[in-house]
Design a protein around this ligand. Sequence first.
Ligand SMILES: *Cc1c(COP(=O)(O)O)cnc(C)c1O
Length: 388
Amino acid sequence: MTSKKSIQTTLTHSDYRPPAGFAAYPTAIHHASTVLFKDVASLRAGDWRNKTAYTYGLHGTPTTFTLEARLAAIEGGKHCLLAPSGLAAISMILLALLKAGDDVLLPDNVYNPTRELGRWLERDFGVSARFYDPLVGGAIADLIRPQTKLIWTEAPGSVSMEVPDLPAICAAARAKGIPVALDNTWAAGLALRGFDVGADIVMQALTKYQSGGSDVLMGAAITRDAALNEHLSMAHMRLGMGVGGDDAYLVLRGLETMKLRFDAHDAAARKVAGWLKTRPEIAKVLHPAFDDCPGHDVWRRDFTGAGGLFSVVFDARYSGEQVDRFVDALELFGIGYSWGGTHSLAVPYRMQGMRRDWTDAGALVRLNIGLEGPDDLIADLAQALAKL
Ligand SMILES: *Cc1c(COP(=O)(O)O)cnc(C)c1O
C-alpha cells in the first residue's frame, strides 16, 4: 500500500492475499506451533528472521506477519514485532538495548509498570535507570552520560498528561548517537507518528485503540532501521515472545475502524473536558488540547488529534476520600484500568506517591471517554459532582 493513500484507506485495505479461489477481505486465522518443511534441506535453510518464510509458530504465521506489516505501515515504519502485551513489548525493548553497566533515561511521568521495570533493572541487573522531567526538552542533552544507551519517552504521560517536546529530545539524542524509544499508545500512530518526530523505536499497546474492544492484550515494537530491528528480534526470540492467531485477528479487525473510533473518542473527550473546565469543583483539565495541560503548545505543534484519554485535578478543598466517592457515584463510567475501548472509565490517582515533583494538592481522576453519548456522560459527571 503506498503511503499516498489516506490513513482511513490504509487502515481499511490490507495487502493480505487469500488462498487462490477464495476471495474475502478478512485475514485468515492460522494456528500452528509446528510448521512443516518440504524436505531437510529447506528445514536447514530456514531462518526464523526471514519474514517471507515460516519456521515455527512462535516466530510468526501469515496472520501475525500481516498484522506486523499493517502496524508498521500505520506508523510509517518498516519492521514490527508483536508481543503478548504492551508491557511485554516495553520489557523486550529495554532488555534488547540495555546490559549491566548501561544507563537508561525514563520520563518521571512514565507508565507506572515501565517505572517499575526500570527500577528492577537497576536493583537486580546492574543497569542505571534515571528519571527526567518530562518537560526537559533539548536540555536532555545535559543528562546524557557515556553509559546512556536508551532514552525512553511517552507522549503524553498517560496519567499526568505532560506533552514532551519529542523533536527536541530526539535531536539531542541523535547528536549523541543514542536511540529514542517512544511509547506512542496515546496517539495510536494516528495523532502522531513517532518516526516523523525523530524516534527510532515506536512502541504501541495494541490493547487500547487498535483492538478497541477491551478484550485483548498485545503490544508492538516498530522500527525503520534494520540493525535496530535485528537487535529487538534477538530479544523477541530469546524471550519467547509470540501472540496467538485469534488475538492477532481481533486486532486486525479493530484496525479497520480505529481512525473513526479514535476521532469519535477525541470529539467526545473534548466536549466532556470543555464542560469539566467550566465546573468550580475542577481546578485543572489535563487534556493536551487545553491550555491547563503542560506541553499544550507542543501538542498543538506536533499532534493532529487527541483521542479519549485525559485527567482532571479537583479543587484542593475536596479530600482524596471525597473524590473517591465521586468516582464511586459515577454510573456510566466503569472503575478500571486501561482505555481505548468503547466504555468510559474513571480511575482516581494519588499523585503525591507517584511523582517526585507533583505540586497540585487536589486529587487527580483519569477519564477514558468511550463511545457513549457525550451528553449522557456529562449528565453522569454532573450527578456525581453533586454528591461531592
Ligand atoms: C496500557 C499501556 C501500556 C501497557 O499495555 P498492556 O497491553 O496493558 O500491557 C503501556 N503504555 C501505556 C502508555 C499504556 O497506556
